[in-house]
Write a protein that binds this ligand. Structure first.
Ligand code: NAP
Length: 481
């Protein structure tokens, strides 16, 4: 019979699970490990004797090895694999024990699972974990949901393995049931937008100035010393500097230009649509990946007319000025993407009754995760100054930055359109910004059209009430309420 010697267990020992188990062991935890195929368990024990893992080969053995309340982190393939493991753990665990799903679950699944598991008296915590395999090993950003009771036990363990940013661990109890996976989903949506904006900046600089990928790597490395400092800008420089060993060309020129996706960006946009949040920058980033993968349609469109190359290629007469304009456009568009992302979280918190501290979310994204950036300190400052901030991009720091960037931003979007260079995330972010700023929107005309064909009514600017015009009659106006 196995003794209850372990503080925590990990189920699922592929890349993420094995690295997370090692991270837990390094930070003072005695870790029980289990994997469906026993070879992975045996392999991990042999490869990492320093971790002093407690290997287990049945769920019964796994449960018996854990001190009470038992705590287990599941790191298996999201979906059916997660449900299968939860069923097994519920069978061998007892009320008060804690099951954590650290995989990339969709938040409605987490809400469903939490409800079902809670009925057994066992705690279920959906925890978003960002940072890939490197983060899992050396410190990820962790976004746990679940009950307050579970957080009492789990908090110290997760704090011990999370990344540290500005002296603080990158983990906070986000909110109940699916709140953690919801916030992780939005994190990934913002990541899509950030990556697309960086890609558009690269494309504009390359086509506008004729710089080589290696020269543009220098531009990104330089940007990474200023207000754009971030993991994604840093790795962009690395990717652009890489040469292909087989051809000697820049690696970026031999990579097929069809972007993949695992679905979290699409979930973010679908959720934003459901919540009525205009997350246009994130949506454009998801659509840009879809467009890139429509090979047949792209082939069919090759002959369609565009601006004459002679007039537009290398259009930037002053390369240095243009690069700076693109930098400002990138920064402004990035502010929009993050502002939209935080809007989704705020709307989700209201819809699902989660008490999410937006400032705390910005702080735990400062380290460990893919969107880690200097910039998140400014977001944290903005929410510290005004926790109920209605619009992040209107906070004084960002309003000033947008004011500083907007001329360049407009110029870059104009130049992109005139030159036939697709910059969907830059352009839609600017349109969103101008939409928010506008005194009057053509939504008034849309309301008129809706009333015309569907008697959907409208409100007036000059007096309260709901009105309808008799469009098919004498066109007089009636007050409906
Ligand atoms: N990779 C990343 O960068 C990353 C980043 C953040 C989050 N995540 C999430 O972390 C989780 C783990 O990712 P990963 O890349 O390490 O692994 P993965 O390739 O997503 O999944 C493989 C693991 O799942 C287990 N598994 C699959 N179906 C199972 C079932 N029905 N019952 C029991 N075990 C089952 C496998 O066991 P066998 O060995 O027996 O097949 C193996 O341990 C996923 O949810 C992923 O989305 C990944």
């Amino acid at each position: 019979m196995t003794e209850p010697v372990a503080d925590i267990g990990v189920v699922g020992l592929a890349v993420m699970g094995s690295n997370l188990a090692r991270n837990l062991a390094r930070n003072g935890n005695k870790v029980a490990i289990f994997n469906r195929s026993p070879e992975k368990t045996e392999h991990l024990v042999v490869e990492h004797p320093e971790a002093e893992f407690v290997p287990t080969f049945t769920y019964e053995e796994f449960a018996a090895s854990l001190a009470r309340p038992r705590t287990a982190i599941i790191m298996v393939k999201a979906g059916a694999g997660t449900d299968a493991v939860i069923d097994e753990l519920v069978r061998v665990f007892e009320p008060g024990d804690i099951i954590v799903d650290g995989g990339n679950a969709h938040f409605p699944d987490t809400i469903r699972r939490e409800k079902a598991v809670r009925e057994t008296g066992i705690n279920f915590v959906g925890a978003g974990i960002s940072g890939g395999e490197e983060g899992a090993l050396n410190g990820p950003s962790i976004m746990p949901g679940g009950s307050d009771e579970a957080w009492v036990t789990l908090g110290p363990i997760l704090r011990s393995i999370a990344a540290i940013a500005e002296g603080e661990p990158c983990v906070t109890h986000i909110g109940h049931d699916g709140a953690g996976h919801f916030v992780k989903m939005v994190h990934n949506g913002i990541e899509y937008a950030d990556m697309q904006l960086i890609a558009e900046a690269y494309d504009l600089i390359r086509r506008g100035t004729g710089k080589t990928p290696a020269q543009i790597a220098d531009v990104f490395a330089e940007w990474n010393t200023g207000e754009l400092e971030s993991y994604l800008v840093e790795i962009t420089a690395e990717v652009l500097r890489q040469n292909d060993a087989a051809t000697g060309e820049a690696l970026v020129d031999v990579i097929l230009d069809e972007a993949g996706a695992k679905g979290t960006g699409a979930w973010t946009v679908q959720t934003a649509l459901d919540l009525g949040v205009p997350a246009s920058g994130i949506a454009e980033a998801v659509f840009a990946r879809s467009l890139s993968s429509q090979r047949g349609q792209r082939d069919a469109a090759v002959g369609l007319p565009g601006p004459a190359p002679a007039e537009h290629e290398g259009f930037a007469h002053d390369a240095e000025t243009f690069v700076e304009q693109v930098r400002l456009a990138l920064y402004a568009s990035k502010i929009v993407a993050y502002s939209q992302g935080f809007d989704i979280i705020r709307a989700g918190a209201a819809a699902y009754d989660w008490a999410i501290d937006l400032g705390a979310v910005s702080k735990i994204w400062r380290g460990g995760c893919i969107i880690r950036a200097q910039f998140l300190n400014r977001i944290a400052d903005a929410y510290a100054a005004q926790p109920d901030l209605p619009l992040l991009l209107a906070a004084p720091y960002f309003a000033e930055a947008l004011g500083r960037a907007q001329d360049a931003w407009r110029e870059v979007v104009t130049v992109a359109a005139a030159s036939g260079i697709p910059a969907p995330a830059f352009a839609s972010s600017l349109a969103y910004y101008d939409g928010l700023r506008a005194d009057r929107l053509p939504a008034a005309l849309v309301q008129g059209q809706r009333d015309f064909f569907g008697a959907h009514t409208y409100r007036r600017v000059d007096r309260p009430g709901v009105f309808h015009t008799e469009w098919s009659g004498d066109r007089s106006e009636t007050q409906e309420s």
